[in-house]
Design a binder for this molecule. Structure first.
Ligand SMILES: [Cu+2]
Length: 306
């Protein structure tokens, strides 16, 4: 028995193989016919043009057969697609937000994560939101791809059938770091999922750990590494208290120290001072998404990164 990662895989694959099989068959038949025609109607054998009379039977045949083939393809395509748009009444609902350039997933109990954690064998509805540009949530192993459009309430659903970890891509070109807009679906057993969902880390009294969790949740690592490599934005490693040359929107450069004021400004008004060598306007303001208190937690975590 073949094991499928999710409920739609079997039908989507069937539609694919039906169309693929027909394409191969048609390719072979047409190529064979062309070769036969080249030999049969060779100019040496037929030096003068000859009148070829109508053949109604032949014309009807080559119209009706392709029409039937196209409808067969349509049938399998529709049979695979229709259930994806037929949403179940009973389902876990997760809000997914795609933004330049990361994914975040919010659960009914308020828990947020930058990976999609789901239980095996349960219906999951994923609401899709984008605050900025077009993205597309693509889970190849589940044969699912749905556009994430600003201002449009789109959604997808699935039922994972195999525990494991699967890739998530953004399948709609959304900017310079589109190809870094990666995440994972983790399919857990029901018990592991329940435990994961209920687990709210107690970060009270540990601002650095709270800051780290927040950066994780917001997907900051998509653009800012922890290990010194430059991505779309500068690395977090060694950032705290370092001296940096920044460029203002007017093009002036100046030297600043990465202190509290600088980091706060970098989160709330990221484009007012862009580190030299990095492209401006790559980051949106996190004003309204990260509180002052959370900025302080992030700063505590950055201090620990030296
Ligand atoms: Cu994207």
């Amino acid at each position: 028995m073949i094991l499928y990662a999710a409920n739609f895989v079997e039908e989507v694959d069937l539609a694919f193989y039906v169309i693929y099989g027909m394409s191969i068959l048609l390719l072979l038949l047409m190529t064979a016919f062309m070769v036969w025609a080249v030999v049969k109607f060779n100019k040496k054998k037929h030096p003068k043009p000859e009148h070829v009379p109508d053949n109604t039977k032949l014309e009807v045949t080559w119209t009706v057969i392709p029409v039937i083939l196209v409808f067969v393809m349509f049938y399998y395509g529709w049979a695979g697609y229709q259930p994806m748009r037929d949403f179940p009444d009973q389902a876990i609902t997760i809000d997914a937000t795609g933004r330049m350039f990361d994914w975040s997933f919010k659960y009914e109990n308020g828990k947020a994560n930058n990976e999609l954690i789901v239980p095996v064998g349960q219906n999951v509805i994923v609401n899709l939101y984008s605050p900025d540009v077009l993205h597309s949530l693509y889970i190849p192993a589940f044969r699912l791809k749905e556009d994430v459009v600003p201002g449009v309430d789109n959604r997808m659903w699935f039922q994972a059938m195999e525990e494991g970890t699967y890739d998530i891509f953004c399948a709609e070109y959304c900017g310079a770091s589109h190809s870094y807009m990666l995440s994972k679906v983790k399919v857990l057993s029901q018990a592991d999922y329940d435990a994961w969902l209920a687990e709210v880390p107690d970060l009270e009294g540990d601002p650095a750990a709270a800051g780290e969790a927040l950066l994780q949740q917001q997907g900051c690592q998509a653009c800012h590494s922890y290990d010194g490599t430059a991505r779309v934005g500068p690395t977090f490693k060694g950032l705290w208290n370092s001296t940096r040359v920044v460029v203002t929107p007017e093009g002036a450069t100046r030297e600043v120290r990465a202190d509290e004021a600088y980091i706060t400004a970098a989160i709330y008004k990221p484009n007012d001072q862009v580190v030299q060598g990095f492209n401006p306007n790559m980051m949106q303001s996190y004003d309204g998404r990260i509180t002052q208190e959370q900025v302080a937690q992030i700063i505590e975590y950055l201090k620990s990164l030296e």
